[in-house]
Write a protein that binds this ligand. Sequence first.
Ligand code: PLP
Length: 397
Amino acid sequence: MDDLTGLRTPYYLYDLDLLKKTVSEAAAGAARYGYSIHYAIKANNDPVVSAVIRDMGLGADCVSGNEVRRSLEYGFAPEGIVFAGVGKTDDEIKLALAEDIFCMNVESVEELEVIQEIADLYGMRARVALRVNPSVEAETHQYITTGLNENKFGISLPHLRKALDICAGSGHVDFMGLHFHIGSQITSLEPYRRLCERVNIIWKEFGIETYGGRMVNLGGGLGIDYNDPEQNPVPDFSSFFAVFKETLDLPSGTELRFELGRSLVGQCGRIVTKVLYTKQGAGRKFVITDAGMTELMRPSLYQATHRIKNISSSGDPELYDVVGPVCESTDVFGKDILLPATSRGDLIQILSCGAYAQSMSLDFNLRDKPPARYSAGKKILSAAGLKGLKSIGSLMS
Ligand SMILES: *Cc1c(COP(=O)(O)O)cnc(C)c1O
C-alpha cells in the first residue's frame, strides 16, 4: 500500500467497493423476503458513505433531529426515514411532523402524549410505531444491550396496553405497528430467534392488529468480525434475514423493516495513523500513534478490540501496547499486540473502523478532526475521481 504514504495522518479510509458489495448483499438478502432496510446513520454520517447507501435504495434510521435534517440533505426521501430516541425534544417532534417522515418510534407513554399534543396543535396526524422493550438478552457487551428491563429504551410490557389505548383513542396519532432494537454487535443469531418468539407472543397477546398494526421494525444490531475482518469482510446477511422468515409468525401482509448500522459500514473503514514514538516503559513497549481515542472511542468506551496492522515494517514480531496521545489512561487501542518490529514513522492501520469511529469523534484536547479519504479496493480516489462518481458529485459541488 505504498500509495498511502505521503498523505497526512491520521485519516479515515473508506473502501467504497467493499461498502457497495456489503450493502448490495444486505439489500438482496432483505429483498428476497420483501423486507426493507433503513441505514442507521449514527454509525457513520460521512457524506460519501451515506450517499452510496442512499443510492442503493435504503431508507434512513435517525436518533436526533439533526440526523433527520442531515438525512434529508443527503437526499434520503422523507417517506424512508424513521426516527427513534428516548428523549425527543418538542422541536425534534415538530421537525419530524413538518418533514412528514415515515414514522417516529415512540419510547414511552409520556412521549406519546407529547407527540399527540403537538400533532393536535398543528392539526396533523403523527405516524408512530411503539418501541417495545422485549426483555431479550442480546449476548453482547453490557454497555450496548438495549432490550433489557434495566435499559432506558422502549416501552416496557406493563405499559404497552396503555400506549396502545392512547393511540386508539387519539385522532392525531396513526399507529403503524411495533419497533424493537435489542442491542448492537450481536454475533449470534440466537438472540434474534428469541426476539422473534417474543414478537409473536406480544403481537397476539396485545391484539396488535385490532389496533391497526401493520408493520414490525426489528431494529439492527447485527455484529461484524472484529477479530478477523480480512477473512470476514461481509456479514452473513442471508442467515440473518432467514431467522426472521423462519421464526416470525405474523399475519400475511405485515411489513417488516430493519435498521442496520454497523453491519453495513463497519468493515469498509479503517484508520491510517503514523507512529510518533516507540517508547520503552517499565516492562512494556509502547507504540504511540498520532491517532487516539478522539478518533476511535470504542476501546476506551466499551473495551472493544480492533485488529491493528503495521503496514510499513516486515521486522521480527514483538509485543507492544498501542496507545494514542490523548491525556487519558484509557486511550489505548490494544495491549500486548504482536506487530513487526515497529519504529517512528511506520504506518499503522486500525481495521473495522467504518462504524462508530468517525461519527463518535471528539475534539477533546482540542485535537483536529481528521479527514476521510476513499478508495476503490486498494486504489485511493482523488478528489476528481470522487466527483466523477454518480452518487457523490451532487454532494461535493
Ligand atoms: C443504533 C441503532 C441501530 C443500529 O444499530 P447497529 O448495531 O449499528 O446495527 C438501529 N436502531 C436503533 C433504534 C438504534 O439506536
